[in-house]
Design a protein around this ligand. Sequence first.
Ligand code: HEC
Length: 145
Amino acid sequence: MKKILAALLLTALAIPAAMADSPTEVRTQSFKKILRAFEPMGMVVRDRDPYNKDAFIKQADTLKQLSAEPFNHFPQGSIDGKSRAKPEIWSQPAKFQSAKDNFLKSVNDLSSTARSGDLAAIKKSYGVVAQSCKACHDSFRGPER
Ligand code: HEC
């Protein structure tokens, strides 16, 4: 009986570990959340959707809340079959860190600019964020596979 209980307990403990998502999946989901927060602002910035100051502030703040999250999921060398992460993330850590810092700063700036209600300034700030996504992707994200 004891043995069975122990076996059951071990199985119960083993299941969550086996089902846990890989770092690649976790950070990809996290980046996708960022994209979903970022896109609606892009619609406003491209004059496709009407500008509403309060709604835009909320969106910018959501982006800010989400923005640091994916970077908690880049353990050394974590590249699996699906990952687009490049080895340079770990071989050029200072450069990766600075791409990340630029991004976080640009997201902060966007959230401040959103409060000004100055749409021209907001468009500029949004562009800086978009540029910081691209700069990091150009150096540290490989082709889709
Ligand atoms: C400092 C680096 C860095 C910044 C900044 C960054 N990304 Fe990424 N992003 C990556 C890396 C690396 C991956 C690939 C992760 C993997 O596949 O393991 C990635 C993956 C993604 C993915 C997952 C799907 C895919 O294409 O691989 C999306 C969506 C994404 N990024 C959107 C964005 C957006 C939008 C921004 C800016 C608002 C942004 N990223 C900023 C490094 C960055």
